[in-house]
Ligand binder design. Structure first.
Ligand code: NG1
Ligand code: ZN
Length: 536
């Protein structure tokens, strides 16, 4: 207790105004960095408890605020398999962080240990990393202090992308087992990806360079590092890394990155976009990916998470068929209500694959995707991955091929299961996957964009007095409260052709979000405005 109290005094919590409290949300704790030192210390305490609860397996802590401005930061916990913290424990994190004093903190810590039957003398291990934000340094110090106070073994991996940290947690816990995920080092991550990429490509080529905008975040130096691991003659196209300045913190996520491209629906202004060139953007911690190009005729065209999802589902579906595993393996796609209706239609009716809709937040999608042998999940914003079950991976390796084509399909599937990050959405790994698929299909971005036409849509943010009165059902597609609200929305939607609209409280901002799609841009705008009027 004394050690925990003394550590907490060195990294004090900022007590918030009356009526406000810290909450472990979709992205962990995320806010202005100057509020986070005490929060991070307390998250360290919780991570040590979690490790002890789970037989001393390593727990991850990542310090990042992703696409948020440079002055923000955030801290989140990663579970032993590299997935997000179990939902039940978000509550415990919230309790610990809101303890009003150092002494109260020790009390909450002890109560949690007793209630959850945790032996606090058992060994514990925490693996951690941070993005390029300058505030990360102070926060890591607070975290290390909590690990010291609780006699927890610490592995500091310094600056990492979020998905690299997830990789390292899983690699640490699976080391030396038959399910070993990879070498426990940053180099191990690059080795695994580069080796799998070369195996997937099979010497195929792609035309033209690829411009990768890294939002001046951690993805820049990490992508540059990764490229050194691929033998020059095996790299099938030229990669130009842009917006990779991490020395000026103020440019992080500024007019660049996947979130900018998706929300502004335009290319980053710098460097000046060149018509016809294949481009993609990472976000600030490199877990989101969006593709786009400037078409000489129609201008900016974007290929978002829904497009990546349908591209992956189409390619993997064909491979599974060629591999003779169609009857054996269940492939499914998981989306949220924000997925464009045209993508859902394409996957269901053209690819003939099941689609499940879940609430917003990748932990929900990830969980449902685990129910398939091959589960493809992406949020429209470009965060997602493809999960392969142990049965699927075994089938790729053990099936005895009856033809060269079947062998080829099995090999590509096995290589893909190594290339695609199995823990969380990973911009670098997803980008390599897209490039592999485009190479195999011999497709340009234009070919890819022709698979279906997006329904015109509009997303609006609506300020409200109290967003908590809005409660949803049916994977956030309908409002159950306040009463009568949904009936009003339904009656507006009915007035438009091919229309869909829903309203929900944001999990990361103090606002409502309204989404609408319809047959034309003007109708989508009109419907969004009307539904916004209903909830405001
Ligand atoms: P909220 O604020 O709950 O809508 C946003 C994104 C999510 C997800 C989380 C976490 C939209 C409409 N919502 O959630 O997709 O990525 O942030 O980053 O983009
Ligand atoms: Zn991110």
């Amino acid at each position: 207790d004394d050690k925990i109290i003394a550590g907490s005094a060195k990294h004090p919590i900022v007590v918030l105004d009356k009526g406000q409290h810290y909450k472990y949300g979709t992205a962990g704790f995320r806010m202005k960095a100057d509020l986070l030192e005490g929060v991070t210390y307390r998250v360290g305490l919780l991570a040590s408890l979690r490790s002890r609860k789970l037989n001393s397996q390593a727990i991850g802590v990542m310090i990042t605020a992703s696409h948020n401005p440079a002055i923000d930061n955030g801290v989140k916990i990663v579970d032993p398999q590299g997935d997000m913290l179990e939902q039940e424990w978000e509550r415990y994190a919230t309790q610990l962080v809101n303890a009003p004093s150092d002494a109260e903190l020790a009390k909450v810590y002890n109560t949690l240990a007793t209630d959850l039957r945790i032996d606090i003398s058992a060994p514990a291990k925490v693996v951690y990393g941070r993005d390029t934000r300058p505030s990360g340094h102070t926060l890591v110090t607070a975290l290390a202090s909590a690990l010291e106070a609780t006699e927890t073994e610490a592995a500091d991996f310094k600056i990492l992308t979020t998905p690299q940290l997830h990789y390292l947690v899983r690699a640490t816990n699976s080391e030396g087992t038959p399910l070993a995920y990879g070498e426990v080092s940053e180099a191990g991550y690059y080795n695994k990806l580069s080796e799998a990429f070369v195996r997937c490509m099979k010497g195929k080529k792609i035309e033209g360079p690829l411009i990768v905008d890294c939002a001046n975040g951690v993805g820049g130096p990490k992508l540059n590092e990764f490229l050194k691991y691929i033998p020059q003659e095996k790299l099938p196209f030229e990669v130009k890394v842009v917006n990779d300045d991490i020395l000026r913190p103020e440019v992080l996520n500024l007019d660049s990155g996947a979130d900018f491209v998706k929300t502004k629906q335009r290319a980053p202004p710098h460097p000046k976009p060149q018509p016809g060139v294949r481009c993609c953007s990472f976000d600030g911690d490199a877990d989101r990916l969006i593709y786009y190009w400037i078409d000489p005729e129609v201008g900016f065209v974007m290929l978002d998470g829904d497009r990546i999802s349908s591209l992956a589902a189409s390619f993997i579906g064909d491979l599974v068929e060629s591999a003779g595993l169609k009857e054996e393996l269940r492939i499914g796609v998981v989306q949220t209500a924000y997925a464009n209706g045209a993508s859902t239609n394409y996957i269901r009716h053209h690819l003939k694959l099941p689609v499940i809709c879940t609430p917003t937040g990748v932990k929900h999608l990830h969980h449902v995707a685990q129910g398939f042998d091959i589960g493809v999940y992406f949020e429209a914003n470009g965060h997602g991955t493809v999960l392969f079950s142990p049965d699927a991976v075994t089938a790729f390796k053990k099936t005895d091929p009856q033809s060269p084509a079947q062998k080829d399909a099995l090999d590509t599937l096995a290589a893909l299961s190594d290339l695609i990050n199995q823990t969380v959405g990973d911009a670098l790994s997803d980008m390599l996957m897209v490039e592999v698929i485009l190479a195999h299909k011999a497709w340009s971005l234009r070919d890819w964009s022709m698979t279906y036409s997006d329904l015109p849509n509009r997303l609006v943010r609506v300020e409200v007095n109290n967003k908590d009165v809005f409660r949803t059902t049916d994977a956030e597609r309908r409002l159950s409260h306040p009463e009568g609200c949904q009936a009003e929305i339904d009656s507006e939607v009915k007035k438009f052709k091919d229309a869909r609209s829903f309203a929900r409280a944001s999990g990361t901002e103090n606002a409502m979000r309204v989404y609408a799609e319809a047959a034309s841009r003007s109708e989508a705008n009109e419907l969004a405005d009307r539904v916004a009027g209903i909830v405001s």
